[in-house]
Write a protein that binds this ligand. Structure first.
Ligand code: GDP
Length: 588
């Protein structure tokens, strides 16, 4: 008995999968997914139900004619059966941008080659592949942009510089080898990026292929296949023999359709550099993928510290093109310097603006000052967001890893959330550091019984990621606990110092000076001041100046008069009460 997927039936009916699924749900068949397979009988039933539903709808009076709108009737589908395939608003949906990840030798390159050979959208110039780092494939007239730099280093490296280039990640797992270390790493990286995954179970042509084991392994890592009630789409392929490549592309289009990728050529350009190199005689050549807007020849482009006027745009086949639209991948000629991979392109009006932007990037690239000390405003801020600490955990053995995970999970510091971003067996690697650098929260790379290459340490230093290596588990746990506490920052307690009454006001060029009488305690120049009016606080801040007669003084005792100017506050009034206090750091 032959099987059909829901999306195939949708295509035969000339509607989108989403439209068909929505309709079937309305007709009492909920929970279907586009990738679900059904047998012939079910397929005929679905077609029948759908067509009957449509016929009913066509006979239903229009809203203006019907006085009562049935509550079960959903909004009419945007497209009708007969014209659906052509009426789709193509202009606003852009091709999905896809990256391929997975363990070494599992067939990433072979898969990308197989797709390129069988489904290339553009005509190759004289059969020569231009070596551009992306290409567009095509299925049923719909395009898919593949980033042709497999591996999670490229994927995460782009993210580290702020570019979320990919819409969908293909995770390649060889059926004869199963889920391996880099497969797990790739899963972590994809999850961290929040990108949908499609699993390509590759090498099914091999006699020792064991698809069941791969599915089992994937489930262990949180990728539950559809067959088991999960929502991980997987396709069994042979990249070498070209088996099921169409099916894989179908799935990509399907996931893209669900993701509803919108773009408008009229929007500002959103494009990221995915590769760049120097070509003798041509200068810097950079490959970009356009997510939104239109890139045009003669535009002034800035990418990080590189800028230039676009001299030429080349498509994947090496043809000169005048413009690149959303989803397109093109090479740019015209940059004065080599743009860094992962930087976003900005289009500006002229060379002056381009240079200005570059200067700004250069300034931003200077080493950052130490983190800003917490200010009084921060301390008084009422919205206390939970601090977060992320950890990348590596251990020598799976047993060691489990033990470390358990110990770390048992740590609790109130007000701080701890999250193990990635864990695995092996040394702390470059890709761990790159991943750590993509998160906005503080992230530690922690190793238990493992090391890190000097190159990795250097990268970590550059990215500001602390690498902590321990052989004794309790030292590791203690250090993480201290790091958690550090996230809370120091704790302060307020100590009252004195009270003042505002009796006069003097206007000075520097601001309003409150003529005060110290009624209680004392006031010091370093004190903080809280202004109380009608029993309510109206301001709190620092003392800008403290004077007795004409002299600046360090403190004034009770029973004396003084002049106080409050920083950034000139609205002080006669009758206000000022509370002087200090904040003292206390141990948590
Ligand atoms: P990558 O490191 O993931 O890019 O893997 P490659 O694409 O370089 O493939 C590694 C090896 O596996 C090569 O020798 C390929 O010919 C082989 N290979 C890739 N896909 C398949 C497949 O579907 N079937 C078989 N039998 N071999 C494959």
């Amino acid at each position: 008995m032959s099987k059909k997927r829901i999306y195939e039936i949708a295509r035969e009916l000339g509607v989108s999968s989403k439209e068909l699924i929505d309709k079937l749900e309305e007709l009492g068949m909920p929970g279907l997914k586009a990738a679900n397979s059904v047998d012939d009988e079910e397929s005929s039933l679905i077609v029948h139900l759908y067509e009957e539903g449509q016929a009913d709808k066509d006979q239903t009076p229009t809203e203006t004619e019907s006085p009562i709108k049935p509550s079960t009737k959903p909004a009419a589908p945007a497209t009708r059966k007969a014209s659906a395939s052509t009426a789709k608003p193509r202009g606003s949906t852009r091709p999905p941008i896809v990256s391929v990840l997975g363990h070494i030798d599992h067939g990433k390159t072979t898969l990308l080659d197989a797709i390129r050979k069988s489904h290339l959208a553009a005509k190759e110039a004289g059969g020569i592949t231009q070596g551009i780092a992306a290409y567009q494939a095509q299925l049923h007239g719909q395009k898919i942009t593949f980033i042709d730099t497999p591996g999670h280093k490229a994927f995460t490296g782009m993210r580290a510089r702020g570019a979320q280039v990919t819409d969908i990640a293909i995770l390649v797992v060889a059926a004869d080898d199963g889920v391996m270390a880099q497969t797990v790493e790739a899963i972590d990286h994809i999850k961290a990026a929040g990108v949908p995954i499609i699993v390509a179970i590759n090498k099914i042509d091999k006699s020792n292929a064991d698809v069941g084991r791969v599915i089992n392994d994937l489930a262990q890592h949180g990728l539950l296949p559809e067959a088991w009630g999960g929502d991980t789409i997987s396709v069994e392929v042979s990249a070498l023999q070209g088996t099921n490549i169409d099916e894989l592309l179908e799935m990509i289009l399907l996931v893209a359709e669900m993701g509803d990728l919108q773009a408008d050529p009229k929007n500002p350009v959103e494009a990221a550099i995915i590769e760049s190199h120097l070509v003798v005689g041509q200068g810097p050549v950079a490959t970009v993928v356009v997510r939104d807007g239109t890139l045009r020849v003669k535009d002034w482009a800035v990418a990080g510290v590189a800028q230039g006027r676009i001299k030429a745009l080349l498509d994947g086949a090496g043809n000169r093109v005048e413009e690149a639209l959303p989803g397109d991948a093109v090479s740019i000629l015209g940059f004065c310097d080599l743009p860094e991979v992962g930087t976003q392109i900005e289009i500006v009006k002229n060379q002056g603006q381009a240079k200005k932007l570059v200067q700004q990037y250069q300034r931003d690239k200077l080493p950052q000052a130490a983190p800003r000390a917490r200010t009084l405003d921060d301390l008084f801020s009422t919205k206390e967001e939970a601090a977060k600490l992320k950890v990348i955990l590596k251990a020598e053995t799976t047993g060691g890893l489990e033990a470390a995970r358990r110990e770390i999970a048992s740590l609790h510091v109130e007000g701080v959330e701890l999250d193990i971003l990635v864990s695995g067996v092996g040394d702390i690697s470059e890709s761990d550091i790159v991943l750590a650098s993509t998160v906005t929260e503080e992230c530690l790379a922690v190793g238990f019984g493992v090391g890190a290459d000097p190159k990795v340490l250097k990268l970590a230093e550059r990215e500001g990621i602390p690498v902590l290596l321990y052989d004794i588990i309790y030292h590791l746990v203690d250090e993480i606990e201290s790091a958690l506490k550090r996230q809370l920052g120091p704790s302060y307690e307020e100590r009252a110092m004195g009270s003042l009454e505002v009796r006069n006001l003097f206007k000075a060029p520097s601001g309003t000076i409150a003529g005060c009488y110290v009624t209680e305690g004392r006031v010091e120049r370093r004190a903080k001041i809280r202004v109380i009016r009608n029993n309510a606080e109206v301001f709190s801040g620092d003392i800008a100046s403290l004077r007795r007669f004409e002299d600046d003084v360090r403190e004034v005792q009770s029973g004396r008069e003084c002049g106080v100017r409050i920083r950034d506050f000139n609205d002080v009034q006669v009758g206000d009460r000022l509370q002087a206090f200090v904040l003292e750091e206390v141990e948590r």
